[in-house]
Structures are given as structure tokens and as C-alpha cells.
Design a protein around this ligand. Sequence first.
Ligand code: 5GP
Length: 181
Amino acid sequence: MKAWPDVAEILLEEGTVQNRVAEMGRRISQDYKGRKPLFVCVLRGAALFCSDLIRHVDLPLRLDFIAVSSYGASTTSSGEVRIIKDLESGIEGGDVILVEDIVDTGLTLSYLVQNLQNREPASLKVCTLLSKPDRRLVDVKVDYVGFDIPDEFVVGYGLDFNQRFRNLPYIGVYNSKPEDG
Ligand code: 5GP
């Protein structure tokens, strides 16, 4: 597929993403056989990934959503995380799989993991489509990773820049410098 003008390069083609998501779903189905996990999708970025992922999970799962404050119009982490929409499900004693779009510095994820752990689930695992290991500032355990990617600002397949590009079926590198907004 042709890249948009603001997309410098396609990093992960649609088919590559879809194949990997299907693989991750099958893996989770095996790992959680006989259990009924709750998938917690982190809005908004992970919405597309999570909805594709769960269609490859052959388990009596449940789905809930949580939203945290994001970077806004900036492409760098503020380090400040705040829950702006909480879960509707109680998770105490349950098996929880937290589904993220991307782990960058790890600050958002470590906040979320701590917050959910305080609610005393039986288990909590983390599944992310993308990870930028070179950018990590805090050590946070990620159980399922779709792709390790280099330190580039990426858009597409749920990931935005200023709320745009979420509908691209592939993952691309954003063209402009962050301050171009
Ligand atoms: P962290 O707290 O790990 O630094 O950042 C996690 C959040 O930052 C992600 O959930 C995502 O919203 C945003 N983010 C980090 N890197 C990128 C990127 O390359 N592209 C986009 N669109 N968002 C990113």
C-alpha cells in the first residue's frame, strides 16, 4: 500500500502486522487454556490491536477499557500519567491481560501495572503490539511483544499523531519533526 505524504516509511506492512497479531492470539489461547481472562484495552491507541487480537483468542474472555492521559500533541513523554476512564469490571481474583499499543519509556505501563496490581488480580500479564527497548527509562516486565522497533515516532494501526493516522492499516514512521505538529 502507498504511504501517506506524512508517513516517511512503512515500518510494518499490514500483512506483517496481521500475521503477528494472529500468532499472539494463538499463543495467549494456549497459555490461558481453561481460564477466562479479562482483556484490558488501553484506549485509544490499542483499540485496533486489541479488537484484532481477541478475534484470534479462543477462550471465554471478557473485554474492558481503561484510558490514561497521553502525550497530547507532543511526541515525547511527560512522565505524567492519569486515569481518565477507569474499568467497569472489578478485577480482584481474576486473570488480567493488559493490552497496550506501544511501550516506549515504560512510564505509562509501570503506572498502569502498579495501579491494577493494587486491585489484587489473581494474575496480571502485559501484551503490547510494539516496544522500543532503547527508550526504556523504567524496568517493566512485558509478557507478549509483537515487534521490537527502533527509536522512531510511529503512526498507524491505532497509533496517532494529533489524533490522525489511527486508521492506517500499517505502521509507518511519522515524517515531520515533532515541533512541526
Ligand atoms: P511511555 O509511557 O512508555 O513512554 O509511552 C507510552 C505511550 O506513549 C503509548 O501508549 C503511546 O500513546 C505513546 N507513544 C510512545 N511512542 C509512540 C510512538 O512512536 N507513536 C505514537 N503514536 N505514540 C507513541
